[in-house]
Design a protein around this ligand. Structure first.
Ligand SMILES: [Mg+2]
Length: 237
């Protein structure tokens, strides 16, 4: 029995797909105002894979679509609309159940605002996992070891002998390394060498100091195509 930690966005749930789906539906509702596929592409561009400040992002959307919503409410309104598109796959849920049945403890470790909790709730994840940690609620971000220690506490498990599954090299894999976890990288069609060179996009977007780069030659312990694949690797270990 081990602690198995998962990243949320673009790991447990395909955030890129959810955002595109929301953008297409949103533009569809505003076609009468002249919006089309080019506005979908604009929405994807200004999202910067979710690493842009969400208040600033919401105000840009409000401006472009001339939304009749007060500035202080626009982010919440768009978030509620977006959540409708943010859905976990059935095979991912089934894989989490398999892990649990095998006696493992499951946690979610996500960098992001408190509204990350809405994503867990909305997808029924709180019933499947043992605990979660959201960076803005605990004051530590991946890759810092402290956030993984919080996760172990939240799940009632131990980092020793544990696993980390995630798509981000600078957050999830550097974090697994810092926390002494066995690292499973969701490659999402990328090569490790290229991903390992990328600085943390969140730190870049927020003009913050970059965390330690991943040392040359360090690689994740396993590569996986999907969460069910990662779970197979863990159960087979
Ligand atoms: Mg991610």
């Amino acid at each position: 029995m081990a602690l198995v930690l998962f990243d949320l966005d673009d790991t447990l749930i395909d955030r890129s797909r959810a955002y595109r789906s929301w953008a297409e539906a949103f533009v569809d509702r505003h076609r009468a105002d002249g919006h089309d596929e080019s506005t979908v592409e604009w929405l994807i561009h200004i999202d910067e894979d979710g690493f842009r400040d969400r208040e600033a992002w919401a105000l840009r959307v409000k401006d472009r679509f001339r939304l009749d919503i007060p500035d202080e409410d626009v982010r919440a309104a768009l978030h509620a609309d977006y959540l409708e598109h943010y859905r976990i796959d059935g095979d991912t849920v089934a894989a989490l159940h398999r892990l649990r049945k095998a006696g493992h403890r499951i946690g979610v470790v996500t960098n992001g605002p408190p509204t990350q909790l809405d994503k867990l709730r909305r997808n029924g994840l709180l019933e499947v996992i043992d605990g979660y940690v959201i960076s803005d609620l605990v004051g530590h971000r991946k890759p810092a070891r402290a956030i993984f220690e919080e996760a172990a506490r939240a799940c009632g498990g131990e980092l020793a002998g544990g696993w980390m599954v995630g798509d981000s090299a600078p957050a999830d894999m550097a974090g697994a390394r810092a926390a002494g976890l066995t690292a499973v990288w969701l490659h999402r069609g990328r090569t490790w060498r290229k991903a390992a060179e990328q600085p943390d996009p969140w730190a870049v977007a927020n003009d913050l100091p970059l965390s330690e780069p991943i040392p040359d030659g360090w690689e994740p312990d396993h590569l996986a195509d999907s969460v069910p694949h990662a779970v197979e690797v863990i159960l087979g270990a």
